[in-house]
Design a protein. Structure first.
Length: 277
């Protein structure tokens, strides 16, 4: 019998709690997986942000390490008693706020560098990750250790010329190094998800100052907005001569979005910025 599973069940029963679909909640109970997440996060001596602490099993495992502090962001107010108990138990190492993580500007809220460890609620995983990917350099986040849907992890790590390769792949691989830690079966959760989950580790590349985030996102969004069309069609709405852009960047406009590498998109954006001047 999984003792962590029984422990989680007792916590949920004590506080009359259950996973809510509208918050994308699935509660991880597998102790081995939790320990693997914490170990891979290299969290010692770091300021840690946890999104969606819920019943607190992962939170407690993080607090057992030599971290500077944990800031938990929880949108579900029913977990307030658990969070208050954690604050009482760890007054110097634990803080929490009740808010939607997508509405919290971590860089403004936290004065120092930070890392994120989270079993992300699946309904916010992609927008939350993108919000960190597109922050201006130098970024304040040092490492992300995240549990996401396997499909999301596969898209982030996808290679050129594959079905999964898309906007998320290009944005991630442009600015980050990403590594798969492990996969998690649905049975490792209370309120099991219908999909396999993946733990990933993401670290930012340093000194990526050009091209601008705004223009890079624009080029990538236009290209993948019509991924079945050729680049000649998908980039036609750009306010410059795309034939001159293609010649300058040595890009074949008969290709499609999934046929271009991350470096190709960097060159396209640099060329775009040149022709805008």
């Amino acid at each position: 019998m999984n003792s962590n599973n029984e422990s989680l069940k007792r916590i949920l029963k004590k506080y009359n709690l259950k996973a809510k679909k509208r918050f994308g909640q699935n509660f991880l109970h597998d102790k081995n997986i939790i320990n693997q997440i914490v170990k891979s996060s290299s969290c010692d001596e770091r300021f840690i942000v946890e999104v969606g602490p819920g019943p607190g099993l992962l939170t407690n495992a993080i607090l057992e390490k030599k971290i500077k502090k944990v800031l938990a962001i929880e949108t579900d107010k029913t977990f307030l008693p658990i969070l208050e108990e954690l604050k009482e138990k760890h007054p110097k190492k634990f803080e929490f706020i009740i808010n939607d993580a997508l509405k919290v500007d971590l860089d403004k809220l936290i004065s120092e560098n930070y890392s994120v460890i989270s079993n992300l609620p699946y309904n916010i995983s992609v927008p939350f990750i993108i919000s960190l990917l597109i922050k201006e350099q130098p970024v304040k986040w040092e490492k992300l250790t995240l549990t996401v849907q396997k499909e999301v992890a596969d898209r982030m790590m996808a290679k050129i010329n594959t079905k999964q390769y898309g906007r998320l792949s290009v944005l991630t691989q442009w600015r980050c190094r990403i590594k798969k830690i492990c996969e998690i079966k649905p049975s490792c959760f209370i309120s099991p998800p219908k999909v396999i989950s993946t733990v990933i580790s993401i670290e930012p590349k340093k000194n990526i100052l050009t091209p601008s985030v705004e223009n890079f996102q624009k080029i990538v969004a236009y290209a993948f907005g019509f991924r079945r069309k050729t680049l000649k069609k998908s980039l036609s709405k750009l306010e410059i001569d795309i034939n001159k852009l293609a010649d300058f960047c040595e890009i074949d406009l008969s290709l499609r979005a999934q046929n271009l590498s991350v470096d190709d998109y960097i060159n396209l954006t640099i060329g775009y910025e040149k022709f805008l001047k």
